[in-house]
Design a protein around this ligand. Structure first.
Ligand code: NAD
Length: 547
């Protein structure tokens, strides 16, 4: 887990030394400590950014009492403050808490465990207060939607209804790690954007930065995606704010079961059907299915998709997002004038979507010249063998240490000259800052929300063809739909059947988007959004108003 950056503003060298020692004893997450012995120095450090929490002594040589708190708060209003106080000044520290400090600790009574816990909770509470809706991703989803709504002159009332999700659930629950006695509080979410189209559908994401706004943006995109693909679902999404990469299997299982239990009233085969997303996989879906089934007292395979085949999962679901994306890369290659078996690709993210995309592209003769994950990026102009990359990741969990290429940063990799660039990791990767330097002809979005609106405009101007996320990565939800149909009918389909149906649904949606783009002179993203939004709007109007 990433260390937290702590700024200690404390003039007593003895107290500062003690705090440093205590922080060094705290386990996961760890802390990086910056120390300032004057308020002025502390404010200067804060203005440079990157601080997660301030530990503050209110009595300093250059500032005294609540004024100290106010000056820190004015400098960095979103950074949580934990006040350090002596026994005699407790009432003043309590006053500081009333005035916005997240917590106070009494010097002499604090140990490494209470200190670590107080810092962690202060950061968590502030994130919850500051950032739940205030997410760049939610803003991006809004901007994209409002732009498309404007173009189609969407009914005002429907526009207002679609801007926010219909149902949101925020849960907090206790979680115990294997090695630590203490229990921590974890935030989880489930958001259902539109309930007019059928049950809702969408993945569950485990990531340390997940917020309500991010999950809501993803739920909104699921609505447009399902509508664009003509699937009978509204959009939903779930998330848990935790870094899954540091969890043991037992921890992951405990976390998943408790999260499922907390959201179980909201999900079900006829209500809302979760699936894997960033940081979750088949095994997580198996535990979700089992937990839900235990609660209702009988097996309910259709409550989640993306399960192992042995539990009612569908053949072809695991690789469906990559396969679907590659079907559309094949469709658009002729449009862009790319000869696939002479072309090169760069892929950001080597998880489910990235690795499968790499596999299918390689099978078509595309040379994979660079791939990356959270730890590193690897390039080899002569081509990387996908099977060797997969073997390495299977053994080491990450691409770090792979010897068949040269290491570089993710940011550098995005700008490598190539024919096809596939972002398949996180949102917000292609921005106005790097878009002018992208060196690809086709941007095939496996990730959700990888490109900002400002970057889109630059890419359009530069003539880079974009396969937008809600179209490009829709293979996952399409085969999830097949899985749900098979589960509810207790009848399984062959892999050939699944792949040919997937191909038809993907290419039909591609053609509809292309026709719309050409007819209304729109870029591919706006055309795909318009197709999805129009269908949802039509359904909403047909259902009318209750009561
Ligand atoms: P995953 O957890 O299987 O893999 C994610 C990959 O991204 C990993 O290799 C990870 O190391 C890498 N990564 C994480 N942070 C990174 C960073 N900062 N820089 C570079 N790489 C980073 O997740 P996934 O299921 O492959 O999902 C990837 C993206 O695709 C997400 O945006 C997700 O919403 C989207 N998506 C997934 C599916 C699906 O079926 N799994 C369907 C549609 C869209």
């Amino acid at each position: 887990m990433k260390p937290y950056n702590v700024l200690l503003i404390e003039d007593s060298p003895a107290d500062a030394g003690l705090i440093r020692e205590m922080l060094s004893e705290v386990g996961d997450p760890t802390f990086e400590l910056d120390h300032a012995d004057r308020l002025a120095k502390g404010l200067e450090r804060l203005s440079a950014g990157g601080i997660d929490v301030v530990l503050l002594d209110l009595s300093l040589p250059d500032s005294e009492g609540l004024t100290t708190l106010f000056r820190v708060r004015d400098q960095a209003p979103r950074v949580p403050i934990v006040v350090l106080t002596g026994l005699r000044d407790v009432s003043r520290a309590a006053k500081a808490a009333e005035e916005g400090a997240q917590d106070y600790l009494i010097k002499g009574k604090v140990d490494s465990s209470t200190l670590g816990r107080s810092i962690r909770y202060a950061i968590q509470r502030t994130r919850a207060e500051n950032a739940e809706w205030n997410s760049p991703m939610f803003r991006l989803a809004h901007q994209q939607f409002l732009k498309a709504a404007q173009i189609i002159d969407l009914d005002d009332n429907i526009r207002e209804r679609l801007l926010f999700p219909q149902r949101t659930l925020v849960v907090t629950f206790p979680f115990r790690r294997d090695e630590y006695a203490e229990v921590e509080t974890v935030f989880g979410y489930r958001v259902q954007h539109v309930l007019s189209m059928g049950p809702t559908k969408g993945g569950v994401r485990y990531h340390q930065d997940v917020t309500l706004g991010e999950v809501s943006a993803l739920a909104m995109w699921m609505t447009w995606k399902c509508a664009l693909m003509h699937l009978p679902f509204g959009g939903a999404k779930g998330g848990v704010r935790i870094d899954p990469t540091g969890l043991s299997r037992r921890e992951l299982q405990r976390l998943t079961r408790r999260y499922t239990s907390e959201i179980s009233g909201m999900i079900g085969p006829d209500r809302d059907i979760p699936a894997p997303d960033l940081g979750t996989n088949e095994q997580v879906m198996a535990w979700m299915m089992d937990t839900f089934s235990q609660q209702v007292g009988h097996p309910v395979p259709a409550v989640v998709t993306g399960k192992p085949v042995v539990l009612g999962g569908s053949l072809g679901r695991k690789e469906a997002t990559g396969r679907g994306l590659v079907y559309l890369i094949q469709e658009s290659a002729s449009q862009v004038g790319i000869d696939l078996d002479k072309s090169t690709a760069v892929i950001q993210g080597f998880g489910n979507v990235g690795s499968n995309t790499a596999r299918f592209l390689e099978a078509l003769g595309v040379k994979i010249i660079a791939v990356s994950d959270v730890a590193t990026a690897i390039q080899n102009p002569a081509g990387l063998a996908v099977s060797s990359l997969l073997e390495h990741v299977e053994r080491h969990k990450t691409l770090q240490g792979f010897t068949g290429g040269e290491a570089m940063t993710n940011a550098e990799m995005l700008e490598l000259p190539c024919d096809i660039l596939v972002p398949a990791a996180l949102q917000n990767q292609i921005t106005a800052e790097n878009a002018p330097r992208l060196n690809c002809r086709l941007l095939a979005e496996g990730a959700n929300g990888p490109t900002t609106l400002a970057a889109d405009e630059i890419l359009n101007r530069r003539g880079i063809f974009v396969l937008p996320d809600i179209l490009g990565n829709a293979g996952g939800v399409t085969v999830s739909y097949f899985e749900w149909v098979q589960d509810t009918q207790n009848y399984t389909w062959s892999l050939d059947d699944i792949n040919s149906r997937l191909h038809k649904i993907m290419t039909d949606a591609y053609r509809r988007t292309m026709v719309r783009a050409k007819r209304d002179s729109l870029d591919m993203r706006t055309a795909a959004l318009v197709e999805g939004i129009l269908r949802v709007s039509e359904a909403k109007l047909a259902r009318g108003l209750f009561p």
